[in-house]
Design a protein around this ligand. Sequence first.
Ligand code: HXC
Length: 257
Amino acid sequence: TEYETILVETRGRVGWITLNRPEALNALNTQVCRDVVAASSAFDDDREIGAIVLTGSDRAFAAGADIKEMEAKSGLDMIMDDHFGDWSDFAAVRTPVIAAVAGYALGGGCELAMMCDIILAADSAKFGQPEINLGVIPGMGGSQRLLRAVGYYKAADLILSGRMMDAAEAERSGLASRVVPAADLLDEAGALADTIAGKSLPALYGAKAVLDAALETPLAEGLRLEKHVFTSLFDTEDQKEGMAAFREKRTPDFRGR
Ligand code: HXC
């Protein structure tokens, strides 16, 4: 498939998506959304893929939604086109997704990173929700996902001031799980993705599904879902293989069923 705004590559069991609009610091326009949703959904439908890495350039993961595309629109226009609506298809991908963030992850760029499961930050990363500087507010999930990630007070500080935070602050706040030197970002992301992609696919899907559910369900319901997914995994061949491999002191050979 040909994509206009992204580069797509498969390396082993990992699908790589690289945002590629350098002239606009990877600003997220309608075509980027279309491309990322199509590429991630193709990886999601491929049983040979166990993890996806989403990354940008050294300068920018993504500097936000495309301001020039949005500028002239009315509120009704934004509702009628459901501008940003299709990004929810990316957030709903079953396969674990790692955001490898260098440079700017602002506005929709920060929100896109937060649609991923793991955020690895280069020491050059800068995160923020600067929409308030434009007279609007986060519109791709930022107010909800950032608050859940870093708590009310840090989220309010960022969203109300529009300031950026560096990688160290993002890690301290719990948004980035790790900070690595910028030169190592893609290798680190690749190593982590390879590790994940080597696990049992049904277990990965189950783990991601219960983690996602935890963000929106009361504890008792979340625990019921966890028990259901946990017990159902005992009917997979991979569970028998994983536990036999442990007993036999060897590496498991997961088959994804
Ligand atoms: C469209 C953008 C863009 C964006 C950068 N560019 N960000 N175009 N939408 N979000 C373009 C610039 O216009 C410029 O194009 C080129 O990319 C390089 O950017 P510069 O500004 O020249 O680079 P620099 O001086 O290094 O500054 C980098 C920056 C700045 C600090 C990241 O570009 C910036 O503040 N960008 C906007 C960040 C932002 O507000 N994001 C939130 C967007 S709203 P030309 O053609 O002039 O060279 C959002 C809302 C989502 O995401 C939810 C719904 C509302």
